[in-house]
Every structure is written in C-alpha cells, then in structure tokens.
Design a protein around this ligand. Structure first.
Ligand code: SAM
Length: 330
C-alpha cells in the first residue's frame, strides 16, 4: 500500500478497547471520559476481518493497544487468532503492565513475544500520582515475570515531563544498564486533555539525551536497527545490558518514514495520530459492506494521510488533536 507521498503503509495499530485500569494525567483523567458501550466498539470478528483484508493489501505488522488491551474480555483468544492470519508477520502488544503478571504466560503461549510496557516513574508515590492510583510493584512484577518467561525484546516506554518525572531519567537509564530492556524516552504530545500539561511540562528529547550523556557513554545503533524499533533512535549503553531509545514526535518528527494506520476501538481508521481525519469502518461493516468495499475505504484512509503533521513544540496552538490517546490507541 503506497500513499501519495510514496510511503509504504504496512503497519496497523489496533485499539481493542477505550477502557483502561489507569487514569494517567496526560492521557485519561478520572473525569470527562465517555466510555463506549459494547455495541459502539468493534467486535473481535470485525477487527479480524479488517486486519485480514488489510493483509491482502500489504499489511504485515500489527500492534494491539488500547485503552488497556488486557482489560478486554477474551483478549488472549483474540491475540491467538491473529496468529492464524497468513501473511501477518509481526504482532506485538502495548500494555501498562498492571495485569501483566497474571496474563504474561498466556500472552507468550498465544505466540506474542514482543511487548512494550508503559512506565513513567520508578517511585511508588509518583507512579500513583501520574497514573491516578496505579500500583508500581504490580508492574515491576509483571516485567520481571515476562523477562523470566523469555519475552524479547521487552521495551519500556517512558513519557518524560518537566517537573514531574524528568528527575528520574538517570534512574531509567540505569535500569537499562542493569537489565536487557530497551527503555524508550518519549516526548509528551498535545492530545485532548494533555494540551495544558504539554504547555507547562513538555521537555525535548535533546535535553533528556544531554542528561544521560553526562553520566553514560552511549553509542547509536545505526544501520542494523531492528524494524520493530520504529521511529526510535536506539543507543547502546557501553558495558550495559540494555539499550535506550529516543522518540521525538515533536522536536524532530519522523513523518517522512511513517508507515502507520490506526484503528480506534470504535472502528475509525486514522492515518495520522495527530490529525483528526477518520474513516468510519465500523459503520461500513455493519452495513454489510463487501471485502472489495472495505479495501476501498482503507485506501481512502491512506489517501488522507498527510505528508507531515502540523504540530511542533513551538506551535502547539496552531492545530491540535482533539481526541485523547486513550481513545485513539497509543
Ligand atoms: N494502556 C496501554 C499502555 O499504557 O501502554 C496502551 C495505551 S496507552 C494510550 C499507549 C501509550 O501512549 C502509553 O505509553 C502512553 O504513555 C502514551 N501516551 C498517551 N498519551 C500521550 C501523550 N499525550 N503524549 C505521549 N505519549 C502518550
């Protein structure tokens, strides 16, 4: 699937629920979230159909996300059935890790061996504050169990915010030094309710990298970067076990190589995380569209994919994304 800028679109991120067991300050605050009813979100069979049709068009890679994917009933049956889609070469999962200890064995046995875990603090009280009450120890137990079971790679995503958790950047780097994890530092993006926080707490990847370089010798892994690394710039920590990654959607965006589409839990196909243009696939499926029609709608979304997004750290007021990440799927 080539878009009009000749980018090969072969990666779909699928949000299977807009529900979440956390309420992260920048993503999904306690108030103001309208949770969809069962009928408003795609059924698993519908998601499988969309993915199967997209695979016929050239899709090879899917990441399952949410909301929190592990809270949706029969999630394990769903990921196991993804493995049966011939041509789908790469399936991975993003989770906040709260339920990971309970499900990690089943996830592994279902054939998914690559996970990303979101973790913004290594301090119990701060983790609680950022996540609206989350239990850090549960996440750390889940990570440890996943490591023992043999997940590889284990990637940890950390959104860094000035004045909130930027004092922990070196602790996270040390975690990568001591463990075979890839810790990825991510810039805060101005979605939905994160817009105010963004104005106050945004910190660029360059600042984070400077802090780390003062303590650790880091060498960029160029050229043979794994395709699963996506837009992250990956560095080895000299003499350490793990790696660190930097993801800078704002200060140095990677739109020119973006290969992604996103399917929201309520069945909208989006071609850019930071644009509100969407194609309503659920509506078409429930009007009994044919596979050929479904392909046409998927192409329509690809046609809408902008050459680049319009948000920079200095210009967040120009055009903002109205949906929060919990409803789009991160
Ligand atoms: N519940 C799962 C989790 O926590 O990983 C999956 C969904 S969550 C929306 C996916 C990722 O989006 C998380 O790593 C979260 O930190 C990130 N995220 C949410 N809002 C964000 C924002 N405004 N800027 C940057 N990252 C954001």
């Amino acid at each position: 699937m080539l878009d009009k800028y000749r980018r090969e679109i072969n990666y779909l991120r699928v949000s299977i629920t807009d529900r979440c067991n956390l309420h992260c300050t920048y993503c999904r605050p306690k108030e103001g979230i309208s949770i969809k009813g069962h009928d408003d979100i795609l059924r698993y069979e519908e998601i499988i159909r969309i993915i199967s049709v997209a695979v016929e068009m050239g899709l090879v890679k899917v990441r399952v996300t949410g909301g929190e994917p592990l809270v949706r009933r029969n999630f394990i049956g769903f990921i196991a059935s993804l493995k049966n889609i011939a041509g789908l070469r790469d399936i991975s999962l993003t989770t906040n890790g709260i339920l990971l200890e309970k499900f990690t064995r089943d996830i592994f046995n279902a054939g998914i061996h690559r996970i990303n875990i979101s973790l913004d603090s290594l301090k119990e009280e701060k983790y609680k504050t950022i996540t609206g009450g989350g239990d850090l120890r549960a996440v750390l137990r889940g990570i440890e169990k996943s490591r023992k079971i043999g997940f590889a790679p284990i990637k940890i995503n950390t959104v860094v915010m000035k004045g909130l958790n930027d004092d922990e950047v070196l602790d996270f780097a040390q975690m990568a030094f001591e463990n075979p994890f890839q810790i990825r530092f991510i810039e805060l993006m101005p979605f939905g309710q994160a817009q105010e926080l963004h104005a106050r707490n945004y910190i660029s990847i360059d600042c984070i990298r400077d802090t780390i370089s003062k303590r650790y010798k880091i060498d960029e892994i160029e050229g043979k970067k794994n395709s699963s690394d996506g837009p992250a710039k990956i560095f080895r920590l000299r003499e350490g076990l793990g790696e660190i990654g930097f993801i800078s959607p704002l200060s140095s965006h990677f739109c020119a190589t973006c290969n992604r589409l996103r399917l929201t839990a309520d069945g909208k196909l989006r071609s850019c995380l930071l644009s509100d243009d969407e194609i309503d696939l659920k509506g078409q499926l429930r009007r009994n569209c044919t596979d050929a029609e479904l392909k046409k709608y998927i192409y329509e979304a690809i046609t809408l994919k902008p050459g680049h997004h319009h948000i920079t750290c200095a210009e967040t007021h120009l055009k903002k994304c109205q949906r929060g990440m919990s409803t789009i799927g991160g």
